[in-house]
Design a protein around this ligand. Structure first.
Ligand SMILES: [Ca+2]
Ligand SMILES: [Ca+2]
Ligand SMILES: [Ca+2]
Ligand SMILES: [Ca+2]
Length: 315
């Protein structure tokens, strides 16, 4: 009777029985638990929930398999309790932002008779990450000629948590020149645009230091900041001006040529000033190189090229 055909017959029968068992056990037991729970925390009592005799678990070689790269949980064969052996980090298991639900799939196996139970563990997100910016500072060079209303996109903050635990909004430190507008990307991510609300004046203020804060919607909320350094670029928006509308110079007749010019000295790097009996000064606040200083030489104007800053004309 123990022929090859009979052996095959028994094998096929066993396979069918196995399939039926798989089918019976296809009902999935669902649990939910928050991430980051301490080691040793009991998630559920499997013996109670699956209707198993707790005294037979060791004898039936109860086994837990997890479809994951770490052994996050184990089962106590004495009590039937499912407990945590390693902290479950939702951001590690489900690092994509696309789905807000995150699952760990477990399989419980018992022998004599063979029973397999599928367990689905939904890991709930906790607000355990603060929004952070990839860089410490954002540097912006903005011309003082930039019109009011111009916007500048700022790099966004990232927060690996999902839903309300992720970046919710941004705040900008007090500024009379700048404001921000919150934008929502296609994937729901939030970012901010910097908006110029008052025209800049380099001659008044050359650098603006701002702080951008990203806040998430968790309870309690967490936040991250980044410095924004705005450097105002110069444009030629000032004409030279004299400190008086008119100057009177008295010169004796027959004065020798050059007698009015006493001396001129260098004040500080690149700036020349001609100091004479009567002084005439003209000031231009622009930054660009190539300005001119005019000094009276007798009754002629002598121009001096100098590289930067206060162009001063003295007579
Ligand atoms: Ca986490
Ligand atoms: Ca989280
Ligand atoms: Ca967060
Ligand atoms: Ca200017």
């Amino acid at each position: 009777y123990d022929s090859g055909a009979g052996y095959m017959h028994r094998y096929v029968l066993l396979f069918i029985v196995f399939l039926i068992v798989r089918k019976i056990s296809s009902a999935v037991t669902h649990y939910t638990l928050p991430e980051e729970m301490k080691e040793g925390t009991v998630v559920a009592n499997l013996a109670t929930d699956l209707g198993l005799d707790v005294t037979t678990l060791t004898k039936r070689k109860m086994r837990l398999d997890i479809i994951a790269n770490k052994k996050y949980l184990d089962v106590n064969k004495e009590t039937g309790e499912l407990y945590i052996v390693e902290k479950i980090d939702r951001e590690h298991i489900c690092n994509t932002k696309s789905s807000s639900s995150c699952y760990l799939r477990l399989e419980i196996t018992l022998e004599n008779p063979l029973r397999i139970f599928n367990i689905e563990l939904e890991v709930l997100d906790m607000n355990d990450n603060a929004p952070h910016f990839r860089r410490d500072a954002i540097h912006l060079d903005i011309s003082e000629a930039t019109p009011k209303g111009e916007r500048f996109s700022l790099s966004n903050a990232v927060d690996p948590d999902v839903g309300t635990n992720s970046v919710k909004t941004y705040y900008l430190s007090e500024s009379e020149y700048f404001n921000i507008e919150i934008q929502t990307g296609r994937d729901g991510s939030k970012f901010a645009d910097l908006i110029l609300i008052k025209t800049l004046d380099r001659e008044k203020k050359e650098n603006h230091n701002l702080i951008l804060t990203a806040v998430d919607g968790g309870t309690p909320a967490r936040s991250g900041t980044v410095n924004i350094f705005v450097h105002v670029l110069d444009t030629n928006d000032n004409a030279p001006t004299f400190d008086k509308a008119a100057y009177n110079v008295k010169i004796m007749e027959n004065s020798p040529i050059g007698s009015l010019e006493l001396h001129h000295r260098r004040l500080h790097s690149g700036v020349q000033r001609c100091l004479l009996v009567q002084s005439v000064s003209s000031r231009d606040q622009e930054r660009k190189a190539g300005g001119e200083t005019a000094c009276a030489k007798g009754l002629q104007i002598h121009r001096v090229q100098h590289p930067e800053r206060d162009r001063t004309v003295r007579d």
